[in-house]
Design a protein around this ligand. Structure first.
Ligand SMILES: [Zn+2]
Length: 591
């Protein structure tokens, strides 16, 4: 019942948005939607116009129509003379105009289809002005370089504008952009070009933005034009990206180039994978199933205020949530409901299959899948993201996430879209190796060139890397190589760390944070810990060279902001490490 569920979610999200819509408070804010977390009106709140009109037509309830009309008036007042909208003042970024225009085009089309021509006509003026600015920005070099999802979305938006405004020039520009977009698809079917804060030119792939925004725009362009070349490319891209949906519907963007906004269901300020998957669900039954499971995962991350949080433990970390995600997901679900295809019979998704190991060469990443477990091991080179051959996502079929990577350092690189961490932030949740050599910090998370290889039996992986320094670009060789041998069993993972230390170290640590639920109890057990959650036990043991279990960390909790999860850090440390070879095995068993 994917559509029924999505419809319920649109209603719930729109009800939340109405609660936060300004009503006779401040004249200039009238009709805008206030963010209770950021204490501002995000420029993108106009994205809610389409889902609000969708609810108005579907239910006939006046409050939705009233809300949509007020939002339209707010957007009209705030459209700048050049046709654009500011994203978040005082930032001067206006590129997000393309998303607001997409919502207006959907609303215009939907209202006309439902005998609401007068209501639709009120949007035309805004669309006309915005189309001119978008063309200047993304076709004529006004904004020559930005993340690829803007250009791909512009392809879909200008095609809409061409049809709505009866202007063939926009269709020509749309086609040029869409065909350029096809060239941004790599050999594995991943779209490259989410390039902000990139570490190296080829490490600019973000599953979240691709899935939640770019592929939806590609699918929409195909539906509008019938272009079979775009259709075939979109199907290839979707089949690559759908492999990143874990069995519970969560999306693996643990290594992504914009993973700093990864929420486990997608990217915080993007729309949602339901657009792409449902517009093409008649091509592959797995698409509808993946969309449905992800929609349920989104729902599981909603807080008591009816807002979508930043991950499964949002409420344990934050009092409030940014409302941005709430209007974006409402928009994506409404688009899927209106433009999605009939649903074929239900089907498995790729991660349901017990495939052993799967390699994604262009991501330097493997997935492992056993009866009960799934894992991502990554050496992808995105800056400040899990890498170095870490397990960036370890999932169990009854417990959900067991280990989860997050930004190596939490930096509010998009200050309006990334909240302050409440309290003292205590580091990343990514499993890793850390060392101190002559007072300088080194670690596996600064190793962007780890080699990962599968055993012939296809049940274990070998990672090879060197401990690299935190401070860049000063490269001082640690003279310390490491390898990690991962063995995946039905209910168990073993990680054997091996070190070749050629220079004395002050300290060498293996750090393994584990996700804990609100009802998880933890207890010390010899050289590790035992965690019990709702009758399921996870036993973590460390054995080998004389690393000492760090009792200072015992029972401590840490959290990641994106995705919002609570973890307990488990750490084994060796002080004053002399040159030599060391080996230590961490085993994680679930019973
Ligand atoms: Zn906000």
């Amino acid at each position: 019942m994917p559509y029924l569920h999505m419809k319920q979610r649109v209603k719930q999200l729109c009800d939340t948005l109405i609660t936060y819509q300004v009503d006779h408070l401040v004249e200039s804010w009238e009709g805008g939607i206030i963010c209770p977390s950021c204490k501002r009106i995000h420029g993108r709140c106009g994205d809610a116009i389409f889902p609000m009109y969708y609810m108005a037509v579907e239910t006939g309830e006046e409050r939705y129509r009233h809300s949509a009309q007020k939002l339209v008036q707010f957007m009209k007042r705030n459209q700048l003379f050049d046709g654009s909208w500011l994203n978040d003042e005082p930032s001067t970024w206006k590129g997000t105009t393309v998303f607001q225009t997409l919502s207006l085009c959907h609303a215009y089309d939907y209202l006309n289809d439902n005998d609401e021509a007068d209501e639709a006509a009120a949007l035309l003026d805004m669309i006309e002005k915005a189309a001119k600015w978008i063309t200047w920005a993304f076709c004529e070099g006004g904004i020559a370089q930005t993340n690829v999802n803007y250009f791909i979305t512009t392809g879909a938006v200008l095609q809409w504008c061409s049809q709505i405004l009866n202007n063939a020039d926009y269709a020509r520009e749309a086609k040029k952009l869409m065909y350029w977009s096809l060239e941004q698809i790599n050999k594995d079917g991943f779209i490259i070009g989410e390039a902000k804060y990139t570490n190296r030119p080829h490490d600019n792939i973000d599953i979240g933005y691709n899935f939640d925004m770019s592929i939806g725009a590609m699918a929409e362009y195909y539906l509008l034009t019938g272009d079979t070349q775009v259709k075939e490319a979109t199907l290839r891209v979707l089949r690559a990206h759908i492999q990143m949906i874990y069995p519970d519907g969560s999306m693996d963007n643990s290594f992504g180039s914009r993973g700093y906004k990864w929420t486990l269901y997608g990217s915080k300020t993007a729309h949602g994978c339901q657009m792409a998957l449902m517009m093409l669900c008649d091509e592959d039954p797995a698409f509808a199933e993946a969309a449905d499971r992800n929609a349920h995962y989104v729902a599981s991350c909603m807080n008591k205020d009816g807002m979508v949080g930043y991950g499964p433990h949002h409420e344990a970390i934050f009092d409030k949530s940014c409302i941005h995600t709430t209007f974006n997901r409402a928009d994506a679900f409404a688009v899927a409901l209106v433009y999605g295809k009939p649903i074929p019979e239900s089907s498995l998704i790729p991660s349901d299959h017990i495939f052993g190991l799967k390699q994604f060469p262009s991501l330097n990443t493997y997935h492992a899948r056993t009866e009960s477990l799934m894992a991502t091991v990554t050496g992808f080179g995105a800056n400040n993201a899990p890498t170095g051959g870490s397990i960036s996502y370890l999932w169990h079929n009854t417990l959900g996430p067991l280990q989860i990577g997050s930004a190596t350092t939490y930096e509010r690189s998009e200050v309006f879209n990334m909240p302050e961490y409440p309290g003292t932030y205590r580091g990343t949740t990514t499993p890793r190796i850390e060392a101190v050599i002559q007072g300088t910090n080194y670690g596996s998370l600064y190793e962007y060139e780890a080699a990962i290889a599968a055993d012939e039996d296809r049940t274990s992986l070998h990672v090879y890397g060197r401990l690299k320094p935190l401070q860049q670009p000063i490269q001082i060789d640690s003279r310390a190589a490491y390898s990690i041998h991962y063995r995946f069993y039905d209910q168990k993972v073993e990680k054997t760390y091996r070190f070749d230390v050629q220079f004395p170290m002050d300290r060498l640590s293996i750090i393994e944070p584990f996700v804990i639920q609100s009802d998880t109890s933890t207890a010390r057990d010899n050289s590790g810990i035992v965690m019990e959650t709702s009758g399921t036990t996870v036993t973590v043991k460390g054995e080998g060279s004389p690393f000492i279990f760090n009792t200072e960390q015992e029972g401590a909790t840490i959290a990641a902001v994106f995705p919002a999860v609570m973890c307990t850090p488990v750490q084994w440390t060796m002080e004053n490490v002399l040159p030599g070879n060391y080996e230590f095995t961490v085993s994680i068993s679930v019973q």
